[in-house]
Design a protein around this ligand. Structure first.
Ligand SMILES: [Zn+2]
Length: 492
């Protein structure tokens, strides 16, 4: 495949040329949601980032198998090995069957992702459907001497592993750092070393999600699922493993250790991580009162939001930052994104009005080349968007008669916008947040009413004329009477 795609590999801390193991096939695994609550911005960013990777690799001609899991078991509250299972806790609070909770929030997640125009992955495996594969993984690690059984639970022996391999190579930590930052939690006495992590947990009597195993009735540790399901669907070596930066440690570090301890080497060639999201400069958190779900953004129904933001505004806003940079959400920043997106979409509509000339005074090829160069440079979407804005300027200049474009170049310009705006960035037409098309339809109705009002005025029927004006005003349409007749505008 002819391309120059560079992607940043977290493992080696540098941009590397992307070369799949078995071209034209590409295997990509991304950590999906833990389904115990409504999807929020923290779900939107990795989903959109890896949707972009998925779309671009397919555009380059690869056949991509994209696996994104659903965590419906084993993800404990404190991300350590203690605390209650997040799904089971929600189920207990709401008096539901755990699978009912998982299904409900999986459906909500899918609906939100569809609104954001995130393509569904090729396979979406559930952790609870792969208990046998996870038990096999645990057994292999035990057989190789890198795990031990304690009180019916199985723990990964980090110190033993670290003698033979490097625990911490992805996150850049060493075992000492890990020990210094490990919190002392209840139940640690089962472990030989506080840095050890659970591969299998014995279920307490009140624990509802449990499966039989050679060690106890229990459930797998959170890190097992991605190693087991990645290997099952993508093979023992595959190309890309992705997720949010917050997963680098411990989740992905533990995945590497599990893979090396079970099969002798790392399964993954390129580790990719998207950066995090803040809201008005703060980390998003329930206790800070800035925990905003995607639906609340779409409906404008959170006290921190001054208006609703369309899914495409959210998507565009996220893509305006490089995936490895942080993104800070604020009303001002989202409003700016909404305006920018409207400007871009208006320019694309303008493409249809252009009449080709005999020759071009604009350089369309250069625009297309620059968009590719930016995508190939570790998916630099803010630069792609900047070039598309240059393209929008080009369109407006042609429409204003300041530039000309030949028929062939016009086709290429249309194709460039279709490719980068819609196919690769995944934006959708007519959903730019300004509701431009709906406003145009309402506008025609208002025009009709103003014609009726003009007739009433001509007949000196002032009562009807005033009534129409006042009722329109009550709906937010301000009517102005001028020499040339009446005009209106919509006050939001
Ligand atoms: Zn994972």
């Amino acid at each position: 495949m002819e391309h120059q795609l560079l992607i940043y590999n977290t493992l080696n801390r540098r941009k590397e040329r992307f070369e799949p193991l078995h071209a034209p096939h590409v295997g990509m695994y991304v950590c999906g949601p833990t389904v115990y609550g409504d999807p929020h911005l923290g779900h939107a960013r990795p989903a959109i980032t890896f949707d972009l990777v998925f779309r671009y690799l397919q555009h380059l001609g690869y056949k991509v198998r994209y696996v994104r899991n659903i965590t419906d078991v084993g993800h404990l509250e404190h991300d350590a090995d203690e605390g209650e299972d997040k799904i089971a806790k929600k189920a207990r609070l709401e008096q539901l069957e755990p699978m009912e909770v998982a299904q409900y929030y999986t459906n909500r997640y899918h609906t939100a992702m569809e609104a954001l125009n995130v393509l569904p992955p090729s396979i979406e495996p559930h952790a609870s459907g792969h208990i046998i594969e996870q038990e096999q993984l645990v057994q292999e690690i035990l057989n190789n001497g890198y795990a031990y059984v304690s009180e019916g639970s199985v723990y990964f022996d980090v110190a033993k592993y670290n003698q033979d391999h490097h625990y911490g190579k992805l996150s850049g930590r060493n075992l000492e750092d890990v020990l210094n930052t490990t919190r002392e939690l209840d139940g640690q006495e089962e472990k030989r070393n506080p840095a050890d992590f659970a591969l299998w947990k014995k279920a307490q009597p009140e624990h509802i999600m449990r499966w039989p195993s050679p060690w106890s009735d229990g459930f797998p540790g959170w890190h097992c699922e991605c190693t087991a399901m990645g290997r099952k669907y993508l093979g023992s070596h595959f190309d890309i493993h992705g997720g949010g930066m917050d997963l680098v440690f411990p989740h992905h570090e533990c995945e590497i250790a599990q893979s090396v301890a079970s099969q002798g080497d790392d399964m993954v060639r390129y580790w990719m991580h998207n950066n995090m999201i803040t809201i008005n400069g703060q980390k998003m958190g329930k206790s800070l009162g800035n925990f905003i779900t995607l639906n609340q953004f779409f409906e404008g129904s959170h006290e921190k939001l001054t208006q609703a933001y369309s899914p495409m505004t959210i998507r565009f806003f996220i893509l305006q930052a490089h995936y490895r940079s942080t993104v800070d959400f604020s009303n001002e920043a989202l409003q700016a994104a909404e305006k920018g997106l409207t400007r871009l979409m208006d320019a694309i509509k303008g493409l249809e009005k252009i009449a080709p000339a005999a020759a071009s005074s604009v350089d369309v090829k250069n625009l297309r080349t620059k968009c590719y160069e930016a995508m190939n440079d570790d998916l630099n979407t803010p630069i792609v968007i900047a070039h598309l804005f240059d393209g929008a300027k080009m369109i407006n200049n042609i429409l204003a008669g300041n530039d000309t474009i030949s028929a062939t170049d016009l086709e290429e310009l249309k194709e460039t916008f279709k490719l980068f705006c819609f196919d690769i960035l995944g934006l959708k037409k007519g959903e730019n947040g300004s509701n431009a098309e709906r406003e145009a339809a309402f506008g025609k109705v208002v025009d009709m009413l103003l014609e009726e009002r003009a007739k009433a005025k001509a007949n000196k029927d002032w009562a009807t004329s005033d009534k129409i004006r006042n009722e329109l005003a009550a709906l937010g349409f301000e009517v102005k009477d001028g020499k040339e007749g009446s005009s209106w505008k919509l006050n939001k």
